[in-house]
Design a protein around this ligand. Sequence first.
Ligand code: COA
Length: 364
Amino acid sequence: MPVHTSSTFAPAAVLCGVAGWVPPRVVTNDELAARLDTDDTWIRTRTGIRRRHIAGPGQATSDLAVEAGQLALRNAGFDAVGTDPVDAVIVTTTTPDRPCPATAPAVAARLGLRQAAAFDVGAVCTGFVYGLATAAGLIASGVAARVLLIGADTYSSIVDPLDRANAIIFGDGAGAVVLRAGDSDEPGAVGHFDLGSDGTHEDLIMVAAGGSRRRSEGGQLARAERHFAMRGNEVYRHAVTRMAASARATLSGAGRKIDDVDHFVPHQANLRILHSVADDLGLPRERCVANVDAVGNTGAASIPLALADAAARRVIRPGDRLLLTAFGGGLTWGSCLLTWPELPPPTRPYDPIVPYDTGVDAPS
Ligand code: COA
């Protein structure tokens, strides 16, 4: 069911800091092709992905989240050490450090935030947009005046490294934003959400075991049950239709047209999906922010990582109107509008690919 926050909702959540962080280890398509039955051309033409960053041994989701969170607080002008610049920390992830407790309290503690509320939000690759709506609700209700929202995922911890269909798609990373209470008409205000889900398709994207439904008693689980599974073809079709519909619902709820959007910032699932959604919306592809070539699909991190990279490259500038749209397991989807605020440009989260050309095939 669509959920709309009206533009008169006050106080509004206003973005005032952004950052992205990826682990240093780069895995190229050729490196994957050396151990899997695949090749660079197949991966590039089907997905647009050229490389991804993968966490090192012992590197957990909270480690990535702390890096991105610290940089975002710094970008917002807050020094986390010894102070409590935010009232709440939300970590959105599909790959928490462990099933219990949530990852956010440990992240908050390591950032020196001793008093902040801290909890996780799970909506798979839609997590960041759901997290934004949650943060906006905390701010609108007066529960928090400032919120640190971190999308962080370590898909390498759940994807079978021998599964060529999924190992090529996913990467590890984190992205974060700081939100403060402000006015709905000021730059940075996050507004007009569309959120939705369809749990009848929960089997399209799933880790089957390890939770309460299929318990890991005695360590007897089959390899496939322990790992991430996805029915790629069906997911592809749902992703295109649901993302386009969500983007349209958000624009119409806000009384906007696609021509009002300077940059479409979609969840970085697959470049063909992003281009198909842009085409469906009648949006020129060059207005679609894409960094999936450099980082792969980083789950809940993908939109803030794309924002941080585009802001660092000055592709997104103050005053630009953005439409954020995500889609993920659940199924879940969501969109919202945001006018980019004046911010110090964040540090580039990773080295660029030169030349900046994905070489992806036109969508079929
Ligand atoms: N390298 C080479 N061949 C591969 C391969 C790989 N890494 N992965 C699969 N293949 C093979 C398949 O086995 C199949 O072979 P077959 O025809 O002999 O059976 C063939 O390629 C086509 O497979 P198919 O699954 O139909 O490919 P596709 O064109 O749908 O592309 C995906 C596969 C996963 C790239 C595509 O479905 C996709 O992007 N889906 C959405 C995934 C996504 O974005 N998920 C995140 C949503 S949040």
